[in-house]
Design a protein around this ligand. Structure first.
Ligand code: ADP
Ligand code: ASP
Ligand code: MG
Length: 812
């Protein structure tokens, strides 16, 4: 049983561990790490010594933590006599003080003393644990310096297992049924104390398991076992019940901190099972690591290795030159630099490989020496070294049986907008790795996990504008919660902004309480604030939803797209601004691989833009268009033919809330002009808003009135004139409609009499209709008809666009 620092953080935890050891079938060996944080504190102590700074405070901090643990143990174990333990602790701390002060005198910390200092935590845990267990039984303590011999002198040495076994036999033929050992250290071939590297107690336990002929090596830690991804990063990480030695090896090699990378090799060789278990939740079965992979998914886990550097050796001299790779790696091996990953281009023009970040400078120095002549003669380019990188790796024994894993991996990375710098796959296809920028690794891991394990696409939505449409959209998102989860879609509204305030919550805003929460926000919306928020909350699919009709917000879309937001909008201002802005937006969306969606710009929820785009993508061409694009005017014109005057019809529509507060904004035709321009531009016509020949419903003197009530007062003055239009239409059995037209590459908006045979004849009562003649649809147009205004249908259209942000790849 090996207990890590997380299992030894407090006296209470020590007590839990005592119980676990007591409950274990004997004989049992237990290996201990230092209490949590102590190794880091000791490392800091050595840094202070080497920097010749004062160490008093740091020594006090370490002493205090250890003394508190040993003193507190009396609270948990009735028969425990703390005096002896405290004496031991005092003794150990005195040794530490002496060693540290000795180093202060000589101005640095030599390797053996470093090992002696850094191993104090492990020694403390073991001594205290022995005292605690001795209250109930006899206990032996194993000194690793008597048998745990490593093969070479290095920072991460390998144990000479055969030698360890024979020494173990020689020294420990008689052990009590409970034997304890400090982890993390042994001796080097010269007989000096040495460390096994960070997390080395796992390795100590594996070596002891082999030497004692154990059936199983249990690693007790602070999580229920090995997860599909570090559970500290991804809360939906899945527990893996069983994995093979090779899988565990790859996982730890590629950075999963849960196991020291060398732990598995001696266990696998000696067929010793390894189980990862949780000290605070011992009932949980944990993860079994054995020769079998288990019946789980092909991709078992994702891990990541941070702080790596990639070195690139390239140049014309590389091509066809036999033995270049050997020379590159020989020079790394001579410098004792471990090469983590290699990728070579098939042209043999370059070799790229990764090394630990802290060894990058050394690596470059050695390569410069090894290839001095080639560099001097221009056969090689100067050695290139990229720092601040990370490796993200997929692991699974059965990956080779499943096609398309690599493609899903890379598409997930592309979805997360993470650039892949290099790729490597081992020939057994047990692991696939991608080198990425360290800054992006957390996002990369999160989204790869989402897409490969949870298969749960995610949308992080920011709503701007919470008027009727915005509110309705929030309602719909709330209502569709179960449907979304049945479709495995994780739609979170993470931001809501009005003109003054902006509420942001990375886990998703509580849709029952957003109004109060928004009201209490002090800060407003800004791109910088959103960008920082997206980064810190690791949002991978942010979408701006604009439910305003605000020009300023529309003019920010370019920045949003550039900052990798999708933009979904009901606001027509952006698409009807200058052609040059229109093109910039569409180009930026393509460049950033983001979606710019505005289905609700025309016909609210009616599927106009999407249909049009589908046809155009299939090679169709718009020939002619006629449509009723305003719900309020559709209603007003309907009422007119039922006998109401223009002002009566408008008044009725206004009272029903079908018009803008100032109906002049409907009757001036501008909104329809914008809509027809959106359609025309979609069809490829390069037109500006003032190219649309706009004929308002009312004359200019009325159309320009800016106050709604004043407009309504003056509108009756125009009734008589308008009535003449109606009468002359009705005399010919025609109806008047307010129609947007695209014909001969020109747009117009006007009052048009239509006869019974016309597809727009029946359209009234707020309905919209679009009659679209295309090369494929002629002579009869295809018709889209339905309510084209109202909060519900508009929100539904936005909701549809929101879901479309998930399918960028499918459509490009
Ligand atoms: P100990 O103190 O027991 O040695 P460590 O902190 O060294 O514990 O290792 C346990 C930690 O490893 C967990 O708390 C977890 O955050 C991290 N970890 C990283 N990758 C994984 C993974 N795939 N599954 C489980 N834990 C992981
Ligand atoms: N205490 C050492 C470390 O923190 C060894 C270990 O925990 O395994 O790295
Ligand atoms: Mg550990």
């Amino acid at each position: 049983m090996k207990f890590g620092g997380s299992s030894l953080a407090t006296a209470e935890k020590f007590n839990q561990v005592v119980q676990l050891i007591n409950e274990q079938l004997q004989p049992v060996c237990a290996v201990f790490s230092a209490p949590q944080g102590i190794t880091n504190d000791l490392i800091h102590l050595i840094e202070l010594i080497n920097q010749q700074q004062d160490i008093t405070e740091q020594l006090d901090k370490i002493s205090q933590q250890l003394i508190i643990i040993s003193t507190d143990c009396t609270t948990f174990r009735a028969h425990f006599d703390a005096t002896q333990s405290q004496q031991q602790t005092t003794q150990l701390l005195k040794q530490l003080r002496n060693l540290a002060q000795g180093c202060v005198l000589i101005g640095h910390c030599p390797p053996v003393t470093t090992a002696q200092i850094l191993s104090v935590g492990e020694k403390f845990s073991t001594l205290l644990m022995a005292d605690l267990l001795r209250t109930e039984q006899k206990v032996s303590v194993i000194n690793p310096q008597l048998f745990l011999v490593t093969e070479e002198i290095s920072d991460e040495p390998i144990a000479d297992i055969e030698l360890c076994q024979s020494r173990f036999k020689a020294h420990f033929s008689e052990l009590e049924n409970v034997a304890l050992m400090p982890g993390f250290y042994g001796i080097n071939p010269d007989g000096h104390m040495c460390l096994l590297g960070r997390n080395g107690s796992d390795y100590s336990a594996a070596i002891l398991a082999v030497c004692t002929g154990a059936n199983v090596c249990e690693i007790w830690t602070d999580v229920d076992g090995i997860y599909s991804v570090d559970p500290r990063w991804v809360k939906e990480a899945q527990l893996i019940k069983q994995m093979s030695y090779q899988e565990a090896m790859e996982l730890s090699y590629f950075g999963a901190k849960i196991l020291h990378p060398k732990t598995i090799i001696p266990l696998a060789k000696n067929h010793i099972q390894c189980v990862i278990k949780n000290t605070s939740n011992p009932q949980q079965l944990g993860t079994l690591i054995s020769a079998k992979t288990g019946q789980e998914k092909a991709v078992k886990a994702i891990s990541n290795l941070s702080d790596v550097a990639m070195i690139n050796v390239s140049g014309p001299g590389m091509k066809g030159m036999v033995g270049m790779a050997a020379r590159v790696f020989e020079s790394m091996s001579a410098a004792k630099i471990s090469v983590i990953l290699i990728s070579q281009s098939s042209s043999e023009y370059s070799i790229s490989f990764c090394v630990p970040g802290n060894e990058a400078n050394q690596a470059v120095k050695h390569l410069n020496e090894a290839f001095r002549l080639e560099l001097k003669n221009g056969l090689l380019e100067p050695i290139d070294c990229r720092k601040n990188l990370a490796i993200i790796t997929l692991i699974g024994d059965s990956m080779h049986q499943q096609k398309g894993t690599a493609s899903r991996f890379f598409s997930a990375l592309s979805h997360a907008r993470v650039n892949i710098i290099a790729i490597a796959q081992d020939s057994s296809e047990r692991s696939i790795s991608a080198v990425v920028r360290a800054k992006r690794v957390e996002d990369a891991v999160v989204i790869c996990h989402q897409q490969l394990f949870l298969k749960k696409p995610r949308i992080d939505a920011f709503l701007i504008g919470c008027g009727t449409v915005g509110k309705q959209l929030i309602q719909q998102i709330k209502k569709q919660k179960d449907w979304l989860s049945s479709k495995n879609i994780d739609l979170n509204l993470v931001g809501i902004a009005n003109s003054k305030q902006c509420l942001l919550q990375g886990q998703g805003i509580d849709l029952n309480e957003w109004e109060d929460q928004l009201a209490s926000c002090d800060e407003g919306l800004s791109l910088t604030r959103l960008k920082t928020f997206v980064r810190s909350a690791h949002l991978t699919n942010p979408v701006i939803i604009d439910c305003t009709s605000n020009q300023d917000i529309a003019m920010r879309y370019l920045d949003y797209l550039e900052a990798n937001f999708h933009v979904v909008t009901a606001n027509k201002k952006a698409n009807t601004d200058s052609l040059s802005y229109y093109h910039k937006l569409h180009n930026m969306a393509a460049k950033r691989q983001r979606r710019f969606l505005y289905e609700t710009n025309v016909g609210a929820g009616l599927p106009v833009i999407d249909n049009l785009q589908s046809l155009l993508r299939a090679g169709d061409r718009l020939l002619q268009f006629e449509g009723i694009l305003s719900g309020s005017l559709s209603y007003i014109f309907g009422e007119i033919h039922r006998g109401l005057s223009l002002s009566e019809a408008t008044d009725k529509a206004r009272k029903l809330g079908y018009t803008e507060p100032n109906p002049a904004e409907d009757l001036n035709g501008m909104d329809v002009a914008r809509k027809v321009l959106v359609i025309a531009r979609e069809a490829g016509l390069e037109l500006e808003l003032n190219d649309v020949a706009l004929e308002a419903v009312v004359p200019e003197y009325l159309a320009n009135i800016s106050d709604g009530d004043e407009f309504m007062r003056q509108l009756p003055n125009y009734d008589a004139e308008f009535q003449q239009l109606i009468d002359s239409a009705q005399a010919k059995q025609h109806k008047l409609k307010y129609v947007a037209v695209i014909k001969n590459n020109k747009c117009s908006v006007k009052i048009m009499p239509v006869n019974k045979a016309h597809p727009l004849f029946e359209i009234e009562a707020g309905e919209n209709a679009l009659a679209i003649n295309t090369q494929y649809y002629q002579p009869k147009p295809f018709i889209i008809r339905g309510y084209g205004a109202g909060a519900e249908v508009t929100a539904a259209g936005l909701f549809g666009d929101l879901l479309r942000t998930l399918s960028w790849e499918q459509e490009h």
